[in-house]
Design a protein around this ligand. Structure first.
Ligand SMILES: NC(=O)c1ccc[n+]([C@@H]2O[C@H](COP(=O)([O-])OP(=O)(O)OC[C@H]3O[C@@H](n4cnc5c(N)ncnc54)[C@H](O)[C@@H]3O)[C@@H](O)[C@H]2O)c1
Length: 358
């Protein structure tokens, strides 16, 4: 039996981890914590496995029964809560991104090593069956040499919680790149390199904060994270569009990402193309993929059910605590993705290519 605490009872807690953890028989949710106590209480109503609600996460850290905590708060709090939890001797599952920048992410890894505790990051797509299959097929040589990856994560109107934590750089670390690009670029690195990883060479990017620079004038039809918005007094200083180019030791990557853009909504693009000399694959983000085989002009659409990736990543976290073996979502295997985001932002800031090994 694993006794755990959930810290942060917002969207990802209610929509992903609490449903998954409720299904895992050998997990006891002793605490649900939120600085807004009513959110922890609302979670307890929905998920009866929750035993206690608390406002201060230190209460859970002081409880010797708690073996692991889930950090499901806004990005800037990941660092503080994870460091406190590791120092209190807890294993930590921390949502993506690791935190707001690469330097602090490295400190989190060092603390996990120092305390001898597991620190996993919620890049859930590594447990998506399409991603698992593509990584395996690439390892087996199905695509030959993947020389380039084309990636697009572009939406028409989807700036989350305008003026709140998502659009305030000091709290989020960035906009569409760190919020959505983190998933796309991480899964690309994983498919290209598996657990051996990919080595970054250099990157270049341009990022823009254009669509809602006048927050009150921004027009949208629907927007998620409405409950955190503060259009009157808040801040919006993050990228709503980014375009970048990445060179690695495996393949080059070109990508465009938009939380919002003035393009016909029908053109929403959320795909990744892996271009290999034997075959290529288009992964529809969050869904299935097609393989295009150059010799036969065959289109293969794998048929399979996609099990719940959150359930798999949470179960794998507990298994790794028991076995002591770091798994694919361990911070050791995610740091290169965080470095990539960091270097892309640096490049966009100075409008120059960045050597990732300088
Ligand atoms: N894996 C995914 O696909 C995915 C999807 C959505 C969000 N996320 C990540 O999950 C995290 C949370 O996002 P969200 O959409 O659930 O945000 P949210 O704003 O809905 O929820 C965050 C909650 O944390 C609480 N909180 C803030 N500081 C706290 C503290 N010190 N102690 C306890 N509670 C605190 C807030 O009151 C809020 O209820 C973010 O880092 C986000 O990037 C990941």
């Amino acid at each position: 039996m694993k006794t755990i605490a959930i810290i942060g009872c917002g969207r990802i807690a209610n929509g992903a981890h609490l449903p998954a953890l409720s299904k895992l028989d050998d997990v006891r949710i002793k605490y649900a914590c939120d600085i807004l106590l009513h959110k922890a209480e609302a979670a307890k109503e929905k998920f009866p496995k929750i035993e206690n609600v608390i406002e201060d996460y230190h209460v859970a850290l002081a409880d010797p029964e708690v073996e692991a905590v889930f950090v499901l708060t806004p990005n800037y709090m990941h660092y503080v809560i994870t460091m406190d939890s590791l120092r209190a001797g807890k294993n930590v599952f921390c949502e993506k991104p690791i935190t707001v920048n690469y330097a602090l992410s490295c400190e989190m890894k060092e603390e996990a090593d120092k305390q001898g505790k597991m620190l996993n990051i919620g890049v859930c797509n590594r447990y998506h069956q399409s991603v698992e299959l593509l990584e395996q097929l690439n390892r087996e040589g199905r695509f030959g040499n993947i020389y380039h990856v084309v990636c697009s994560f572009r939406a028409h109107r989807s700036i989350p919680g305008l003026g709140g934590a998502f659009t305030t750089k000091s709290q989020s670390g960035g906009g569409v790149l760190i919020d959505w690009g983190v998933h796309y670029l991480d899964l690309i690195l994983y498919i290209l390199g598996g657990l051996d990883g990919v080595k970054l060479e250099n990157v270049t990017a341009d990022a823009y904060c254009e669509m809602a620079k006048d927050m009150k004038a921004y027009k949208y039809k629907s927007m998620w994270a409405e409950d955190t918005k503060d259009v009157e007094n808040g801040t919006n200083d993050v990228d709503d569009f980014i375009s970048g180019y990445v060179r690695t030791n495996k393949a080059s990557i070109s990508f465009n990402g938009a939380w919002a853009e003035n393009i016909n909504p029908e053109t929403k693009e959320t795909y990744i193309d892996f271009l290999g000399d034997k075959a290529g694959a288009r992964l529809m983000y969050g869904g299935k993929f097609e393989i295009y085989d150059g010799e036969t002009l065959e289109t293969i659409k794998p048929e399979y059910d996609i099990p719940n990736m959150y359930l798999k990543e949470d179960a794998a976290f507990f298994e790794s605590i028991d076995s002591g073996v770091k798994n694919r979502n361990n911070i050791d295997n995610i740091l290169e993705s965080m470095k990539l985001l960091d270097r892309l932002y640096e490049s966009a800031k100075i409008s120059r290519e960045i050597d990732c090994n300088a």
